[in-house]
Design a protein around this ligand. Structure first.
Ligand SMILES: [Zn+2]
Length: 82
């Protein structure tokens, strides 16, 4: 692996999470409110709504992507390895 900027070969590879922002979507206030409302509806309808309302888990099903980042120790240039 060589740095595309300075073509030095002192390059470190790191794994970094990407998309952690989007994975938290729905876990904030809106998500909690939705879950609370969902719980109330579930109680008032004896849980029937559980069949129709998927639980608001945000994007937990989507695993955070791990991407390879290469960092050049010579010039500090970093880029994504695909
Ligand atoms: Zn470099």
């Amino acid at each position: 692996m060589r740095c595309p900027k300075c073509s030095g070969d002192n390059v470190t590879i790191q794994m970094a999470e990407v998309g952690s922002r989007t994975s938290r979507r729905g876990n904030g206030l809106a998500g909690n409110t939705y879950n609370a409302a969902r719980g109330l509806i579930a109680v008032s309808t004896l849980g029937v709504s559980n069949l129709f309302m998927p639980k608001a888990k945000g994007h937990n099903k989507t695993k955070n992507k791990l991407e390879k980042f290469a960092i050049c120790q010579e010039c500090g240039h970093s880029w994504t390895v695909k």
